[in-house]
Design a protein around this ligand. Sequence first.
Ligand code: GTQ
Length: 348
Amino acid sequence: MQNTTPTSQQPNPRQAYYDRIAKDHMTPLWEVLGALVPKSPNSPAKPALWRYAELREQVMEAGRLITAEQAERRVLILENPGLQGQSAITQSLYAGLQLILPGEIAPAHRHTQSALRLVIDGEGAYTAVDGERTTMRRGDFIITPSWTFHDHGNLGDQPVVWLDGLDIPTVRFFDAGFAEHGQSAAQATIRPEGDALARYGNNMLPVDFYQAPSDPTRVFVYPYERTMASLDKIASGTPDPHLGYKLRYVNPATGASPMPTIGAFSQRLPAGFETRPYRSTDGTVYVCQEGEATVSVGDTEWQLQRDDIFVVPSWQPLKFLAKRDTTLFSFSDRPVLQSLGLWREARL
Ligand code: GTQ
């Protein structure tokens, strides 16, 4: 598969051949086979860390340069340093920090891309999904499934920032992007706040409601206080040696991932706990919601603080040492890989 070394006197006859066939849009497999069919994943994505506490001022600066209405969505994209120019944090996923200032509206639209929000900073904003608003509180995990109308607003007196996670690169890969604007900036409210959670998110369902596993959940907010109550309760048991106490968010009607293209997780590592190394094929974005920990991703090591965001590319070994009780949110393309038979994990 190696090219023979060309000399200055004798041009490589293979190269001359490659140049000729290139005019007919052909290229030799044997030069690239090893990269096309690797022995194990070799992602161009790199481990990377964003410290919200250090970036906050730059996020706020965007608020002085453009309004939410002008921007449609005022977001700083978290771009993987190995995927520059691609608006991607992993090969399949996008992440960004969205800012909404008091009184602003990020106008209603819908698109085939699925989105999640993880609230980081501030209080008083809401997201409306298909006519129902939910107040955004720190740590809440909120989703806007594919093709649902959504707008964001801030009725409070503080800037509010959340992490957006979207399947933008996945939808781009499949060339399946559609989008349209809503009729008005803010959707008319047609259900009271909490309606979806009461109907679909309280261990009951409307009597004649059935869904296929690929359908997104009607629950669109997973309140942080409920997640923390579960983690607090289970954290008195025996932790998984590789994962600590880790739960996945589900569509309560089916047990499947809340959205078909993005899976989400919440994890507790008790103070002093050291995980054994672990890797999986789903490149994953993490948020340190509480606590303090050392994390290593491949050869990279960071001291994690509250509100730090980091990305673990596919198949990179990951391990944690928690200094205090630490709570981690994460999201990845795991449901896609699982439905295609491509998800693997290794407990090292
Ligand atoms: O809030 O609808 O970060 O459409 C990127 C695209 C957020 C959103 C993003 C979007 C949104």
